[in-house]
Write a protein that binds this ligand. Structure first.
Ligand SMILES: Nc1ncnc2c1ncn2[C@@H]1O[C@H](COP(=O)(O)OP(=O)(O)OP(=O)(O)O)[C@@H](O)[C@H]1O
Ligand SMILES: [Mg+2]
Length: 267
C-alpha cells in the first residue's frame, strides 16, 4: 500500500426504519429507509512509511474510515488510492489489527502467528521467522500458550506479531492498546514505535489516547463533526523518544487536541 490518498470520501449508512416487505420501489430505491452520513469530504494523503494516528470521539467514524482504507467496506462516494491504484477490496498488501481481539482461541500463540505465514513454503525458514516475531514482541517462552492462558497484553502482542509476520506494506490498527493496563500500554506503545523505526512500515492507527498520537505519530489526524470531517491534520517532525512535557510544540498541540474534543482543562 505505502502511499495512500483519500479523495473526497463520503460514507453514508442506510438504515431500515420499519419492518416491511415492500422496502424498495420498482426502481430499486428504498422507500422507508433513513440514512446516516458518517464521513463527508475526507481528503487526506499519507506518505510511504509514515505512522499516522487518527483521533476522534466515539462514533465519529474512525473504524469506518479504517475499514474503507483496508478495502473491507466501500465508500458511498470518493475513493482511496493506494500506490496509485483505487482500493476496491481487501489486499495482502495491508493487514488489519481489529478493535477487538482477532486471535483464534483454539490455536496457540505460535499457531496464531503461523497463520500470518501460511503462504510460506520453506518450513525451516517459516519456523525461524515465527520465532523471530515472537521474540520481537517479548513472548519468548509463551509460544504454546492458548489465548485463554495469556493476559490481555500478551494477546495483543501476539496479534501484533501475527500482523508483522505477514510483512504487509501497511499495518492498519484499530485501538491496538484497548484493554491493556497502564504499564503494558506504555510498553506496547514503545514497541510499536521501535518496530516502526526498525521496519519502516506504513502504519495507520486509530486511538482514543491523545498522548499516544503525540508520542507516536508522524502525522496526526483528528476527525469530528456531524458528519465527520478532518478537523485537524498535523505533520510532526519530532525525533523519538518524545517527551510531551518537555516539548512546547507537543504541549501546545495536546491542549489544542483536548479542547477540540471538548475537554477544556487537563491536569
Ligand atoms: N454497518 C453499519 N450500519 C449502520 N451504521 C453503522 C455501521 N457501522 C457503523 N455505523 C455507524 O457509523 C458511525 C461510526 O461508527 P464507527 O464504528 O466507525 O465509529 P468509531 O469512531 O470507530 O467509534 P469508537 O471510537 O466507539 O470505536 C456510528 O454512528 C455507527 O453507529
Ligand atoms: Mg471504532
Amino acid at each position: 500500500m505505502g502511499h495512500i490518498k483519500i479523495d473526497r470520501l463520503r460514507k453514508e449508512y442506510t438504515e431500515r426504519r420499519k419492518k416491511s416487505r415492500q422496502n424498495y420501489d420498482s426502481e430499486g430505491k428504498c422507500k422507508n429507509c433513513g440514512s446516516h452520513v458518517v464521513l463527508d469530504g475526507i481528503n487526506l494523503e499519507f506518505e510511504e512509511g509514515e505512522l499516522v494516528c487518527i483521533l476522534g470521539s466515539s462514533g465519529c467514524g474512525k473504524s469506518t474510515l479504517l475499514r474503507i482504507i483496508a478495502g473491507f467496506d466501500h465508500a458511498s462516494s470518493g475513493r482511496v488510492i493506494a500506490n496509485g491504484r483505487t482500493v476496491n477490496g481487501p489486499s495482502d498488501d495491508n493487514i488489519f489489527v481489529f478493535q477487538h481481539s482477532g486471535l483464534l482461541p483454539w490455536k496457540t500463540a505460535w499457531q496464531n502467528v503461523e497463520l500470518g505465514l501460511r503462504h510460506m513454503d520453506n518450513p525451516q525458514e517459516k519456523q525461524e521467522l515465527i520465532q523471530e516475531y515472537i521474540d520481537m514482541v517479548d513472548l519468548t517462552g509463551f509460544e504454546h500458550h492458548y489465548p485463554y492462558q495469556m493476559s490481555g497484553g500478551m494477546q495483543r502482542r501476539t496479534e501484533l506479531a501475527r500482523a508483522l509476520a505477514v510483512n504487509p506494506e501497511t499495518l492498519i490498527m484499530d485501538e491496538p492498546f484497548t484493554g491493556l493496563d497502564f504499564v503494558t500500554h506504555m510498553k506496547m506503545r514503545e514497541e510499536v514505535v521501535n518496530m516502526h523505526a526498525l521496519l519502516g512500515k506504513s502504519m495507520i492507527m486509530v486511538t482514543h489516547f491523545i498522548d499516544d498520537a503525540l508520542v507516536m505519530g508522524d502525522r496526526i489526524v483528528m476527525l469530528g463533526g456531524s458528519p465527520s470531517r478532518v478537523k485537524l491534520e498535523r505533520k510532526l517532525d519530532i525525533p523519538h523518544p518524545r517527551n510531551i512535557e518537555k516539548n512546547p510544540e507537543l504541549n501546545e498541540l495536546r491542549d489544542e487536541l483536548y479542547l477540540m474534543m471538548g475537554v477544556s482543562y487537563v491536569a
